[in-house]
Design a binder for this molecule. Structure first.
Ligand code: BES
Ligand code: MN
Ligand code: ZN
Length: 489
């Protein structure tokens, strides 16, 4: 990961020079100095290349004067640059820098908050998961060590960047968890990594099968019983609300299926490797707690993750089994591949009973049906509380993690009636993501709750501005913003 530094405006002697430029405007500030130093070559070359400063546009000029390269990045119209736009520009510049060690960004004409977001975007894009690459050629490895953001107000830029740096660390933790292969990241290892949050002042408790059996987590344990790996539940408490302002905590709950074969209702082989990221909901919860604790949020938040592996074996649960959940309600397991809701039901009931939260938000790669409904652009949002749903929509929109509200209702709930138990775990093909949410709603005990189905947004098959392809860490920034909005009051 490159260091992001904020420095006084000055042109670098060598290295790469980045010129963020607004649409239709001539070079200003440092960019103008650089252009003058090049005898006007930079502006002529950019003209010749058709660079206009449009949002998302970028042009690289090689070996200009003593600079290895000059990269012009378009910001769009002056006065219309948003933090998100600055992040995208930061991402574009990081992508253009893979082979450079150092770069200076001429951000002296931007306000300090936008300069901070540009550094944040660059950092988010420069991340890479390379733990398992051993034979990559030296010349192909990314070299970027430092990005110096030149700004006329380095001090405010630095303070705007500090919380963003903590959020980036949360995003990276999630991306790493989601990227890890399933032989490495099993429930035990996942719980072990949660322990790492203690370093940030988070209280971490890990429950194993004995404790969960004693509590009566029949649904979660039913999913786990086919696997040789022991299940875990992890409870992570961040107590940041100032004394005298203590509230009920916000509870964040994550589906953590470290590998989902489908169990006895086994999935087809094609693409099954994707099911290593069936723990992305839990991954997002852990990353969000890391972000919230890392920036010392003045709020009380608790994260709970249910960690299991869903495998077929001689000890696996069968279609037709009836399990007793922690809530006391019984479930007929029609399809062992609808396992996420079984795990979440027990963890949600535990969360509401133990913490009486002011709100519960669960995140889960819950259904293929949400991908059919919303594709990869929006997460599905389901809620029994309009105010909470509104806050989540707004938080998501603010950070580029878009949600789309989906309906709930009694008619859908009827689809999960069972002939022999209180409910069954599937409701047929129509409205598959909705009946899954109806199932979860039965474990809220009427408390304010929202469910984000992130099956379509947790993983990306192509690079985006601030996200290399792969694990997106969808939810980390949204949850952090949700908490930050509450802090701001
Ligand atoms: N983990 C899957 C959902 C999923 C599918 C996530 C594709 C990411 C990409 C979940 O456990 C599952 O298997 N759901 C089933 C439910 C069905 C059996 C009612 C599904 O969506 O097919
Ligand atoms: Mn499944
Ligand atoms: Zn699953």
């Amino acid at each position: 990961m490159p260091d992001i530094a904020f420095v006084k405006p000055a042109l670098p002697k060598s290295c790469a020079l980045i010129l963020p430029m607004t649409e239709g405007d001539p070079p200003a500030g440092l960019a103008q100095e650089a252009d003058a130093a090049s005898g006007g070559l930079i502006s002529r070359a950019l003209d010749a290349a058709g660079f206009k400063g449009k949002k998302g546009q970028s042009t690289t000029l090689w070996a200009v004067g003593s600079w290895t390269k000059v990269v012009a990045i378009g910001l769009g119209k002056a006065g219309e640059v948003t933090p998100e736009g600055a992040e995208a520009a930061g991402g574009a510049l990081a992508a253009a820098l893979a082979q450079d060690r150092e770069a200076t960004v001429a951000a002296d004409t931007l306000d300090p908050n936008l300069a901070a977001h540009m550094g944040f975007g660059a950092l988010l894009r420069a991340w890479r998961f390379d733990r398992y690459r051993t034979t990559e050629k030296e010349e192909d490895k990314p070299k970027l060590e430092r990005i110096a953001v030149a700004t006329s107000s380095a001090t405010p830029a630095k303070s705007a960047f500090a919380p963003l740096r903590a959020i980036a660390d949360g995003v990276f933790l999630t991306r790493e968890l989601v990227s890890e292969p399933p032989n490495v990241l099993d429930p035990v290892e996942f719980a072990e990594r949660c322990k790492g949050l203690e370093r940030l002042g988070v209280e971490v408790e890990v429950l194993g099968p004995k404790e969960m059996k004693r509590l009566g987590f029949g649904a979660l344990l039913g999913v786990a019983q086919g696997s040789a790996k022991e299940p875990r539940m992890v409870v992570m408490q961040w107590k940041g609300a100032p004394k005298g302002k203590k509230t009920k905590p916000l509870a964040l709950i994550g589906k953590g299926v470290t590998f989902d074969t489908g169990g006895i209702s086994i999935k087809p082989a094609g693409g099954m490797e994707d099911m290593k990221w069936d723990m992305a909901g839990a991954g997002a919860v852990v990353g969000a707690i890391a972000a919230i604790a890392g920036r010392k949020a003045k709020a009380d938040v608790v994260g709970l993750v249910g960690l299991v592996e869903n495998m077929p074996s001689g000890t696996a649960q069968r279609p037709g089994d009836v399990v007793k959940t922690y809530s006391g309600q019984t479930v007929e397991v029609i399809n062992t591949d609808a396992e996420g809701r079984l795990v979440l039901g027990d963890v949600m009931w535990y969360a509401q009973e133990r913490f009486d939260p002011r709100g519960m938000v669960d995140l889960a790669t819950l259904t293929g049906a949400i991908i059919i409904a919303l594709g990869h652009e929006h997460a599905g949002l389901f809620s029994n509380d309009d105010a909470l749903a509104q806050k989540i929509m707004a938080a998501g929109a603010a950070v580029g993690e878009k949600c789309w509200r989906m309906p709930l209702g009694d008619a859908y709930d009827k689809q999960i009636k069972s002939d022999i138990a209180d409910m069954k775990n599937v409701g047929g093909r129509p409205g598959g993501s909705i009946t899954a949410a109806q199932f979860l709603q039965r474990f809220t005990n009427g408390k304010p709750w929202a469910h984000l189905d992130i099956a379509g947004t947790a993983w990306s098959s192509k690079d985006a501005a601030t996200m290399p392809k792969g694990a997106t860490a969808f939810g980390v920034r949204l949850l952090d913003r949700l908490v930050a909005a509450e802090e701001e009051g």
